[in-house]
Design a protein. Structure first.
Length: 612
């Protein structure tokens, strides 16, 4: 049975035909999958749909988000998606919100208005939030995502299935600040440094994104102390202030970042005992590096070439001049991968620094992919996943939840030619989940003498445990240490945890009113001993802590102002909800009916028991 026959069979069902027009659906996200879902809902007869998306349309969206056209660039995705879908039908009522799903207006009562929520999001924090809101409102959620040729669709229903946070997701890659500033060894280190250089020169001031040599690098310690010769950065005043004083003269900027700072790094002898030392590059030297591009290279798009140092220096000079002019009537610039001068600046700086540290250089295209955290988007993968999302919506409306196991989409491989495969059954909730279990608890390991209350709230409760507006009470004492009420506990923000009574063995009762979520946090004093140790970590299953420590396993999360983390961009395309690489096709062969491969290798093979 093919997909068209399945849809026809579902829609011919009398009870479903009656349910569809009456069911109110919320679609969260109007990107690659969101556009496909809206089209499918429209053509399936749904008449009451609301959609929310904070993003605006970018040129890079047009190749796959088919509801948008060139004239729509810069306009809100949700609004334009509504207008485009309304041209398909006059019977459909669609309400669009150009807003953040985190806004307090979209609380539990908002979610309770819907029969079903369909996620088409592109970032983990928003997925976590919608997951919690649907659990609190007891509304079924169909979660979906794609990454290149891979994809996934899963049903989340309170008490019946795993929630989105029941299983830990792969952590985003992060880099110690000293690696970025002193000892880069990979192209990505140079690219992150170049993005921070852009912000130092043209962006909003952020001391945590300093690009000067790091004199607090642990490798510089001698007998447990820092050398007295390394007492500060090369340039004491802020990079932005110094750049303004020299009127952003490209030659002086170039010599500072690629010659003077590198010479200063070379004076830190400890850094180069076991690694190759960098080679400083002056403005004059860069212009002596004549390009040796072959005729074959010339025929290649400039975006795909590895440019010479001379060309990179020219681009550096041109983009600095352009960006300085853009800055005249603004307080600061915001880096955007689709802004040509900003992107060219980062690509040039990253490649110059890569050359200095003997790191392979990258084409502009490759730099853009890394700097923008671009995940390849395949329009057909989005269409496949969106089709499955609406098929599952049919089953949820008919209360056939047991027919909604998680489905995986991936490329054909040497192990199997099956592209769509499903779990045997619904996955039960994780009893130790710190979100959907009856009494969620986490053990947090943190240095109570160094971390401030403000850092604890932002880095742990919000960024790591995904709360929006947490309140925290010190159990046993009834003292409110963190309040979501503005100004109530602000006086304690810069105090260390131990100074407000949070010490080893303390228990915090934390709740988020917006998410209707309560959590017990056990505090354990922890000190990072090695350079690469995370500044804090947490374990979501305290009862199993001893076993995890014995096996060297933990759910540590490296999130610190001393680390540079590769964050997902807000306009990345519909990232797959969890790694499909964990799906073992050989081990799970019993889950599928064996089918003969088609003669055409491009034909789609659909597992019969997924959609029958």
């Amino acid at each position: 049975m093919n997909c068209q026959e399945v849809v026809a069979a579902e829609l011919n069902n009398t009870s479903l035909a009656q349910l569809i027009p009456k069911s109110k659906i919320l679609v969260v996200g109007a990107g690659g999958i969101g556009c496909e879902i809206l089209k499918n809902l429209c053509l399936s007869g749904f008449q009451d749909v609301e959609i929310i998306d904070l993003d605006t349309i970018d040129v890079s969206n047009l190749n796959r988000q088919f509801l948008f056209r060139k004239e729509h660039v810069g306009k809100p995705k949700a609004v334009v998606a509504r207008e485009s879908v309304m041209t398909f039908t006059s019977n459909m009522k669609i309400k669009a919100y150009h807003d953040s799903i985190f806004n307090q207006e979209y609380g539990i009562n908002f979610f309770k208005r819907f029969k079903l929520v369909l996620n088409a999001l592109d970032n983990r924090s928003a997925r976590n939030h919608v997951n919690r809101m649907c659990l609190a409102a007891d509304v079924p959620l169909v979660e979906s995502g794609t990454a290149g040729y891979s994809g996934q669709v899963e049903l989340i229903k309170k008490g019946l299935t795993q929630c989105y946070e029941c299983q830990p997701k792969p952590q985003q890659r992060s880099f110690p600040g000293c690696t970025i500033r002193n000892t880069p060894s990979e192209p990505v280190h140079c690219i992150v440094w170049a993005k921070h250089l852009f912000n130092q020169l043209f962006g909003e001031d952020d001391p945590d994104q300093d690009v000067s040599p790091d004199t607090e690098d642990p490798e510089l310690k001698k007998d447990g102390e820092f050398s007295t010769t390394h007492t500060g950065d090369v340039q004491r005043k802020s990079t932005r202030q110094w750049a303004e004083e020299i009127n952003y003269e490209p030659e002086k900027l170039f010599n500072k970042f690629f010659k003077d700072d590198i010479n200063y790094l070379l004076s830190m002898e400890n850094l180069w005992k076991t690694r190759k030392a960098p080679t400083p590059l002056s403005w004059e030297e860069s212009h002596l590096c004549v390009s040796n591009i072959s005729e074959e290279d010339i025929s290649t798009s400039i975006d795909m070439r590895i440019l010479s140092l001379q060309k990179c220096a020219e681009i550096f000079s041109d983009t600095v001049t352009t960006l300085k002019k853009q800055l005249v009537n603004r307080k600061f610039l915001v880096w955007d991968k689709d802004d040509k001068p900003a992107m060219d600046f980062v690509a040039a700086c990253a490649n110059i620094r890569a050359h200095i540290f003997s790191i392979p250089q990258k084409s502009r295209f490759a730099v853009k992919s890394i700097a923008g955290n671009i995940i390849p988007a395949i329009a057909t993968a989005n269409a496949l996943i969106a089709g499955l999302v609406v098929l599952y919506a049919f089953r949820v409306l008919k209360n056939e939840l047991n027919k909604c196991p998680t489905i995986y989409l991936r490329q054909k491989s040497v192990y199997s030619k099956v592209l769509l495969a499903a779990d045997n059954s619904l996955q039960s909730p994780n009893p130790n989940c710190y979100v959907c279990s009856s009494k969620p608890v986490v053990d947090v390991f943190v240095n109570v003498f160094k971390m401030t209350l403000n850092e604890f709230e932002n880095e742990i409760l919000k960024n790591t445990l995904n709360m929006v507006a947490p309140d925290a009470i010190l159990d046993g004492k009834g003292v409110v240490v963190i309040s979501s009420e503005e100004g109530e506990t602000q006086i304690n923000n810069n105090k260390k945890l131990n100074e407000v009574g949070i010490i080893d063995g303390s228990i915090l009762k934390v709740d988020d009113f917006l998410q209707n979520y309560e959590l017990t946090v056990n505090i354990n004093h922890y000190e990072a001993k090695e350079k690469d140790d995370p500044p804090f970590k947490f374990v979501a299953n305290p009862s199993d802590l001893k076993t995890k420590q014995e096996n060297g396993v933990n759910n540590g999360v490296n999130v610190s102002t001393d680390s540079y983390t590769t964050q997902q961009s807000s306009d990345d395309d519909d990232v797959v909800t969890c790694t499909t690489e964990d799906y073992d096709y050989e081990a799970s062969s019993s889950k599928r009916r064996k089918m003969n491969p088609p003669e055409d290798e491009d034909d789609l093979i659909i597992v019969e028991d997924v959609i029958n």
